[in-house]
Design a binder for this molecule. Sequence first.
Ligand SMILES: [Zn+2]
Length: 469
Amino acid sequence: MFVDDLHELRELVRRSSDASTLRPIGLHEIVRGRGALQSLSRVLERNGVDSAAKICVLSDSTPKSYLGGDVLDVVRGLLDVYYDVSVVKVGRQPEELVHADETTVARCRNDVARLTPSALVSVGSGTVVDIAKYVAREFDLAHVVVQTAASVNGFADDQSVLLIDGVKRTTPSQWPRALVIDPYVVAEAPLAMNRSGLGDQLSMFSAAADWYLASAVGFDASFSSTPLAMMRREANALWPHVQDLGHGDHQAVDLLASSLAVGGIAMGVAGRTAPSSGTEHVISHLLEMRAGASQTASASHGATVGVTSVVAVLLWQRIRDALNDGRCRADASNVATRDRVLAAFERLDDNGAAAQECWSAYEKKANWIHSHLEDINHVIEHWPVHDPDVDELLMSPSFVAGNLTLAGAPKSFDDLAPAPEPDVVTWALKNCHLMRDRFTVVDLADLIGAWHDDDVDNLLADLKGLAHP
Ligand SMILES: [Zn+2]
C-alpha cells in the first residue's frame, strides 16, 4: 500500500507553459495497493476528519466483494471503531439501476443533510461517486472515495454528470480529498465493469481532437496540451496490459484504475470534461438518455463509450480526408433550427422538457456558429495547417477497436448488453451534436453537409467492417 500525494503531477501542472489557465489539483492523495482499504480511518485522519466525528457513508445496494466479505460491511467495521457512522443508500434494491436524476440527487442530499455529518465516504462506482461529489459540494464536506470498480474516469475531479430534465449535463461538484483504490476491491468487481473503464479511457483520443477543433475555430479557447500529456503518459503504461485486463489481472486493473484517476485529474485541471468527453460521449449520452426515457436498461457507460470512441475516430478519419481533399465549406443553411432540435428529442419525454433543455444549449452554439462562419471556413481552408496537430491527438480506429478486442470489451453496438436497436443507434449518431453546446467533429461534418443519413449509414458500415472483419 502506498500514498501518492500527487506532488509530481502538481509540479507538472505548475511548471507547464499554460499553468495560469489551468486549475490546481484539488485531490490531496491517492491511496493504492493491497491494504489500501484497511487504512481508511488513517486516510480520513490525514484529511482533517477527527475521531468521533459524524461520518456519512454513501453507497448503493449492490453487494461488492472484498476478501470474502462485503465492502460496505468492511468499511462500516473499519470506521465504527473511531467515528459516528451512518449509511445512506442511493438505490434501495440490490442491482437496482441508479440514475443521478433530480429526484435521486435531492433524496440523497436530504438524507445526508438530516445526518449533519462532517465528512462523506462514498463506496461505489460512477453514479454513486458523481452524486457524492455533488452532495459534498452542497455541504462543503471532506469526501473520501472508496472506488469499487475501475469503470469510469470520473472519480478524481470536481465535475459530476447529472440528469437534468432527462438530459445528461456536466455539473460543478467538489474534488474528493482522497481516492482509495484497493486491488482486492477493484479487481473483484465484475469483469465487464473494468472493461467499461477501458472504454471510457479510450475516449481520450477523439475527445482531444474535438477539444482542439473547438479551440481552432475559436469556440472554446481552453485547449491545453498539459492535461492531455498527463493522461497519455499514464495510459501508455496501460496499453501493453490490456489483454490481462480482460482476465481481471490485479496488476492490469491497478494500472487501469491509475490511468482513470489521472484521466479524472486531467479533467479537473482543465476545468472541463473536454479532455475526455467529445463526440463519443454525446453519442453515448443520447443512447443512455433514450434507454432511460423508455425505462429500459442500457449498457454500462464505459462499454458504450468504448464503442462510440471507435465511431468518433472513424468519423474523424472521414472528415480529415474530406478536409484534406479541399472543396469543403461550412454553410449557414446546415445549422440546425429550433424545430429540427425539438423534433430530434421529442421522444425523450412526454412534456418536451428534455428537447427544450437540449435546444437551450444548442441555441447558444447555433448563434455562435452563425456569427463565426468565416472563422470556421478559415480553419477549413487552412486545414493542412491543423491536420498534423489533430493527427498527433488521434489514434487510429484499429488501435481503439484493437484494444477493446484484446480486453474482450464490446467494440460494436451489437456487442453491447443490452444492444440498442439499430434505429436508436442511427438516431443517436445523427443528432448527438444537437444535445449540448460543445463544438465537435460532428458539428463540422454537419456544417459541411457531410452528416446526412447515408453518411451515418456509411460510418456504421465502417464500424461493422472493423469490428467483424
Ligand atoms: Zn465517460
